[in-house]
Design a protein around this ligand. Structure first.
Ligand code: TYD
Ligand code: MG
Length: 457
């Protein structure tokens, strides 16, 4: 009889079975049993288990010198910053994003940039495209001269055989993990068990040989294909590549990073010739701003360590519907409901019977509570049909009792506003020490949402 190489594991309780079943007998959950590869036997065989006492581990003091993790920077500053300064040796990075968002393009550009110095060997393994297609893409991007090694592979065993050698490349891109399969499992590529087993194998080789592995993972809105969610705990760094389809901006965001900060973003602009770095995103996001229209104001936000000025637009119109519409793009709909409720309950500004549309211009997604005050200002400006005060940036968090709360990094926000020629800032009263605004900016402190209403109505 051939040796069994896989078993079935309930993803809910961990019970194992020799055969697949629809329902787990142990915990009663349905559709949780998934085929998984059996772990390799420990060295020395199973027979030695529990007999040897093992070599004791060695404790070291917390205080001590670490070797600096050697990093490989690609020279694409937006990419390197999100990684925390470059790719760490032996690390695994997952890059998730919707199909067609530009992951393959980004990674081919990154691989080309990394290999350009001649010191970093890069391999690009495609499971989705033929070598000719990747070459055509490289030609379009003007990268055909880059010394990147190309291969097409979907079988992890073959890929492992090629990479598990001392002269392995320093950086390996695998595009995408959903196309890879381990031949000891019966399930189709792209299923949870295949995605997980393939990633596990590749990461193990990467750690052993010390190369950085970049795994591409597609996410689908419905989650029909096993998304990279199952991989997030296996890799060192999770990046997401996002953007609105109709917009030319793409944002690379670190969601998890063992070797650097999270919340850091890299901004790119999509062009015919590939992705271009955007070193000063605020300028780009404000480029199409028209000064004197009602319902728009500029929010001085922060993405990671970087200030980002964006325009927030609101439109308030009489609703023909029984339940008025609340449409939000780029912000949290629940947060809008809260700001509206505070405006109504604490400041007497009613928008009942009105449709409300809120948009963050440029396709950016804002997640900071500091945007509350800017949203309230855009709404008030739309309701009163009066433009917001000119050349003014706004930020601050709004509490349920209508108070405006201080937010972090006021100095950084104000400095960016001054740099872009703004002359005034509406912001919360500073906690503790007084804020010294940069030259050219007049501060107007807003203690409660009522103060803002007075400015606008
Ligand atoms: P692609 O990198 O293939 O997306 P993904 O790997 O995430 O599925 O890019 C999708 C398409 O967009 C492809 O036809 C190339 C095009 N594209 C550009 O023309 N310019 C760009 O800057 C980018 C990122 C993509
Ligand atoms: Mg692709």
């Amino acid at each position: 009889m051939s040796k069994r190489t896989s078993h079935y594991v309930c993803q809910s309780c961990g019970a194992t079975y020799a055969k697949w079943a629809g329902r787990c007998d142990a915990c009663g959950e349905w559709s949780t049993i998934v085929e998984e590869a059996l772990p390799d036997a420990p060295p020395g065989g199973l027979g030695t288990k529990g007999k040897r006492s093992g070599r004791g581990i060695e404790f070291v003091p917390l205080k001590g010198q670490n070797e600096q993790a050697p990093r490989r920077a690609s020279g694409i500053a937006e990419f390197d910053r999100v990684l925390g300064g470059g790719l760490v040796r032996g690390s695994a990075v997952l890059i998730g994003g919707d199909p067609g968002i530009g992951k393959s393009t980004l990674l081919l550009q990154a691989a080309a940039a990394l290999s350009k110095s001649g010191k970093t060997g890069c391999a690009y393994v495609s499971g989705e495209e033929a070598v000719e297609q990747v070459r055509l893409r490289a030609e379009r991007l003007g990268l055909s001269e880059a010394p990147v090694e190309l291969a097409t592979a979907t079988n992890v065993r073959e890929l492992k055989a090629a990479l598990d050698r001392p002269e392995a490349p320093d950086v390996v891109v695998v595009d995408s993990i959903q196309t890879m399969y381990v031949d000891s499992l019966d399930s189709a590529p792209g299923t949870v068990s295949q995605v997980r087993a393939s990633a596990q194998e590749l990461i193990r080789v990467a750690k052993r040989r010390g190369f950085a592995v970049l795994l591409v993972g597609h996410v689908t809105k419905e989650g029909a294909i096993a998304g990279p969610k199952v991989l997030e705990h296996m890799v060192d760094t999770v990046l997401t590549f996002e953007g609105e389809r109709g917009h030319q901006f793409r944002i690379l965001r670190a969601v998890k990073n063992r070797f650097g900060p999270t919340d850091e973003i890299g901004v790119f602009e999509m062009t015919d010739g590939g992705l271009i770095e955007v070193p000063n995103p605020s300028e780009l996001f404000l480029a199409e701003r028209h000064g004197d229209v009602s319902g728009a104001c500029v929010f001085a936000g922060l993405e990671g360590t970087r200030p980002l000025l964006v325009e927030i637009q609101a439109l308030v119109a009489p609703s023909p519907l029984g339940t008025p519409r609340r449409a939000v793009v780029g912000w949290d709909g629940n947060r809008l409901a809260m700001v509206l409720a505070v405006l109504e309950a604490r400041c007497g500004v009613s928008v009942a019977g009105q449709d409300i549309y809120l948009n963050v211009a440029g396709g950016l997604r804002v997640a900071e509570p500091a945007a509350d005050l800017a949203v309230a200002a855009a709404l008030l400006s739309a309701v009163s049909d009066r433009p917001a005060p000119g050349e003014t940036v706004i930020f601050g968090e709004v509490g349920l009792s209508g108070e405006v709360r201080a937010v972090g990094q006021t100095d950084v926000r104000l400095k960016e506003a001054a740099k872009l020629g703004f002359t005034r800032a509406l912001c919360p009263a500073a906690r503790g020490r007084k804020t010294r605004p940069p030259r050219g900016i007049a501060l107007q402190e807003v203690a409660a949402l009522g103060d803002l209403v007075e400015i606008f109505l």
